[in-house]
Design a protein around this ligand. Structure first.
Ligand SMILES: Nc1nc2c(ncn2[C@@H]2O[C@H](COP(=O)(O)OP(=O)(O)OP(=O)(O)O)[C@@H](O)[C@H]2O)c(=O)[nH]1
Ligand SMILES: [Mg+2]
Length: 217
């Protein structure tokens, strides 16, 4: 019996993607108009997105005015963690959605006095697949993985790394206790996207955080 053809369902999503891109372009324009540096931080659940933002705002908030938008399915745990560092946060709960989209961002930023901020960090919902379909209009995308996700995590998720500007490999303080080949992770990232800036960090010890801070500007 001949094999059934794979169904092509991509076309169904085309309107959705185009509308998202249109709104993302509007968001980008609004950030630019207010001279805001904006960053979309994506990555797997628990890779350390919030911990890295905490480390970054600790350094950057001395000189810059920062707004953090936290995407999460139901809680405001991450926003509460970041607020402890004295910066303004807005929690966005996506409900059943596995990623933020540009509509979420436009609804939030249209009601903000953006003149009050120099930097906007957007923490996406923890997921290495869904965010690749939905750009948000941020100036740069930072993709975070950690060594505890295994050395294949980058190779298995090429889309997100293709669409990112910076790749962070986090939790390097655990290199002695995790059986992982970090050189393979770096090599995979370079093959997928030769323009990617790759930074190894530990949000716990602070290693690599100054380099990440520099790469934002
Ligand atoms: N050892 C170690 N632990 C880390 C590091 N970064 C984060 N963690 C820990 O990993 C866990 C998850 O970190 P989060 O910052 O919440 O990760 P996240 O990516 O924001 O997670 P979600 O928002 O739930 O997707 C926490 O217990 C952190 O303390 C790191 O560099 N080293
Ligand atoms: Mg988080």
């Amino acid at each position: 019996m001949p094999k059934e053809k794979t169904m092509k369902i991509i076309e169904l999503n085309e309107d959705l993607i185009l509308n998202n891109e249109r709104l993302a372009a509007e968001n980008k324009q609004l950030f630019r108009k207010h001279k805001i540096r904006s960053f979309d931080i994506v990555g797997a659940i628990g890779a350390g997105k919030t911990a890295l933002i905490e480390a970054l705002v600790e350094i950057l908030s001395k000189e810059k005015r920062i707004l953090v938008l936290n995407g999460d399915v139901t809680t405001r745990v991450d926003a509460d963690r970041i607020e402890k560092h004295g910066v303004k946060t807005i929690q966005i709960n996506t409900g059943r959605e596995c990623a933020l989209n540009s509509y979420h961002i436009s609804q939030v930023i249209k009601n903000q006095d953006l003149g009050k901020y120099d930097i906007v960090f957007i923490e996406n919902v923890g997921n290495l697949i869904c965010p690749s379909d939905f750009i948000l209009g941020a100036e740069k995308r930072i993709c975070v993985v950690s060594i505890t996700e295994g050395e294949w995590v980058i190779e298995k998720h090429p889309m997100l790394f293709k669409m990112s500007d910076i790749a962070v490999i986090n939790k390097i303080d655990l290199l002695d206790v995790v059986d992982v080949n970090i050189d393979k992770m770096v090599k995979d990232a370079k093959i997928i996207n030769p323009n990617l800036k790759i930074i190894k960090t530990s949000a716990i010890t602070g290693e690599g955080i100054p380099e990440l801070t520099k790469r934002l500007f």
